[in-house]
Design a protein around this ligand. Structure first.
Ligand SMILES: [Zn+2]
Length: 299
């Protein structure tokens, strides 16, 4: 008998083995597009903050080129909660993701993403996960209402089942953006969201690309100013010490020449030099030493 692969599951209440980072994002809801969030949520600051549409995260994963996974049904601390979904609601989720990514500019090809429903079970069910409830195959061709906070028929169906005591299975929805793999092109494409925004991922957070560019420009300008100041300080310090050293050498040699009765030669060396011979801004040591060496050789 051929070996069968063990079905991958999450244990309800357990914690994910990693934290949110550059390629992992946890979401406790399944609101894919901004239109999926009910209007009342925007009137409550805490709700509007925690229920931001998943679109922003998917866009940021696309724009890093590294890809990433949004885990719906996992709270911010990484605890697995799961989302109860019927087969029809799972179809609805697939359509929601597909429709959203088709609204991006450019549209995201289906080869760039993958949606997986991983069952959430109790620790006692890990080795033998419960099966999905029976469903009517013909109803799977029925149209769904996506990109709206209004109830779809699949939600009404799920509610009716719940009233009857039929609780659908629980899942973590993994929406995966695959890494950019086209090695022939130097840079991965950038995508705008359905509302024309462009996000980038930074560790466990996202931010608009424009804000990131502005911040990095400010940091680069600040760093450049620091580099210039440091360089100026080094130049000032180096030039000053060289000028002092050369003046010291000049005095020493002058005194030596003077004691040997060669002051006229010193004058000749100075007059032969160009008028900027004492301009310490440009290689003063080389110019001064060379002149004095000539004089010394003549002597
Ligand atoms: Zn639906």
């Amino acid at each position: 008998m051929a070996a069968t692969c063990k079905q991958r599951v999450y244990v309800r209440g357990s914690y994910m083995p990693f934290e949110e980072d550059e390629t992992h994002e946890f979401k406790g809801h399944r609101e894919i597009a901004p239109e999926d969030t009910p209007p009342w949520a925007f009137r409550h600051p805490t709700e509007s903050q925690s229920r931001k549409a998943i679109s922003r995260n998917l866009n940021a994963f696309l724009n890093t080129g590294l890809g990433g996974v949004v885990y719906c049904g996992v709270d911010d601390r990484g605890r697995v909660l799961g989302l109860h979904l019927t087969r029809y609601q799972k179809d609805h989720m697939l359509l929601s993701v597909r429709c959203l990514l088709m609204r991006y500019r450019p549209a995201v090809p289906s080869a760039r993403y993958r949606v997986t429903f991983v069952p959430v079970v109790s620790s006692a069910e890990v080795d033998d996960p419960p099966a999905e409830f029976a469903y009517d195959v013909s109803r799977r061709t029925k149209q769904h209402l996506v990109a709206t906070s209004h109830y779809c028929w699949c939600d009404a169906d799920a509610r009716a089942r719940s009233v009857s005591g039929i609780i659908p299975l629980s899942y973590v929805i993994e929406i995966e953006i695959l890494p950019w793999a086209d090695r022939d092109k130097a840079l991965h494409p950038f995508y705008l969201t359905e509302s024309g925004q462009c996000y980038v991922r930074r560790q466990a957070s996202i931010m608009p690309a424009a804000a990131l560019i502005r911040r990095q420009s400010e940091q680069m300008a600040l760093q450049s100013q620091r580099d210039i100041s440091a360089l100026q300080a080094r130049l000032d310090s180096g030039l000053l010490s060289k000028v002092r050293a050369n003046i010291g050498k000049f005095i020493d040699v002058s005194e030596a020449f003077g004691s040997a009765g060669l002051n006229g030669r010193q004058y000749e060396l100075d007059s032969d030099d160009s008028e900027d011979s004492w301009d310490a801004e440009y290689q003063p040591e080389h110019r001064l030493v060379a002149s004095l060496s000539d004089g010394a050789t003549v002597v």
